[in-house]
Design a protein around this ligand. Structure first.
Ligand code: SF4
Ligand code: SF4
Length: 68
């Protein structure tokens, strides 16, 4: 988890083939590994809080927490 920002998602719920968050995030927080989407914990503090991932996720699967 990031020091200032945590990006949560449950990749067991993602519809097969969805990578909308990976595509839209301007700072590449989301990464694909073995066909599943993960949040790159080392990059989470780079999140700009633009909310684009929240808007494109079809199942409301992403939660962003600020720790400040
Ligand atoms: S809020 Fe914006 S910067 Fe942060 S993870 Fe989502 S798309 Fe990326
Ligand atoms: S946009 Fe939502 S459903 Fe699609 S890969 Fe990202 S977290 Fe999963």
């Amino acid at each position: 988890m990031g020091l200032f920002i945590t990006v949560h998602l449950d990749n067991t719920k993602c519809p097969s083939g969805c990578k909308k968050c990976v595509t839209i995030c301007p700072v590449d927080i989301f990464q694909m590994k073995s066909g599943k989407v993960f949040s790159d914990e080392m990059a989470e503090d780079e999140c700009t809080l633009c909310d684009l991932c929240l808007e494109v996720c079809p199942i409301d699967n992403i939660e962003i927490q600020k720790h400040y």
